[in-house]
Ligand binder design. Structure first.
Ligand code: ATP
Length: 136
């Protein structure tokens, strides 16, 4: 089995989509192993997004992630890292495939940040690193 870190970002929580998003994860057959509603800190986000430091969208992204609470979850299942990224859909919500979380529930909002509802780890190494940041 495998585990991944999923975040419902502030746009998802604010729009009241947490339940629908978690329901899709459960309906796919994955298990919620840990679940928490948290207000991030700049320190957490600088660690979480360290690979993006220095990019033009880094600061707006951190500000967006600080704009409200997020739901952090450890999700378990065979090949869940790939599976959740497939459920989430492409980064850009306008063109993410229908049937995915971002494709069905997201769109562009005329800002610099992609408000794309969710985050999922992209490798086993990232998953362990990110779980350590959000659940310590
Ligand atoms: P995630 O890692 O959030 O599941 P992802 O792998 O599709 O999604 P990354 O490339 O890791 O996205 O980027 C992290 C986040 O930064 C994105 O989810 C998005 O919110 C934001 N982002 C990425 N690229 C851009 C961009 N070009 N402009 C604005 N925001 C961006």
């Amino acid at each position: 089995t495998q585990r991944t870190l999923v975040l419902v970002k502030p746009d998802g929580v604010q729009r009241g989509l947490t339940g629908q998003i978690l329901a899709r994860i459960e309906a796919k057959g994955y298990t919620l192993a840990q679940l928490e509603l948290v207000t991030a800190t700049r320190e957490i986000l600088e660690r979480h997004y360290e690979e993006h430091q220095g990019k033009p969208f880094f600061e707006p992204l951190v500000e967006f992630m600080l704009s409200g609470p997020v739901v952090a979850a450890v999700v378990e299942g065979d090949r869940v890292i790939e599976g959740f990224r497939s459920l989430a859909g492409a980064t850009e919500p306008t063109t993410a495939a229908p049937g995915t979380i971002r494709g069905d529930l997201g769109r562009d909002w005329g800002e610099k940040v992609q408000k794309n509802l969710v985050h999922g780890s992209d490798s086993p190494e990232s998953a362990e690193r990110e779980i350590g940041i959000w659940f310590s």
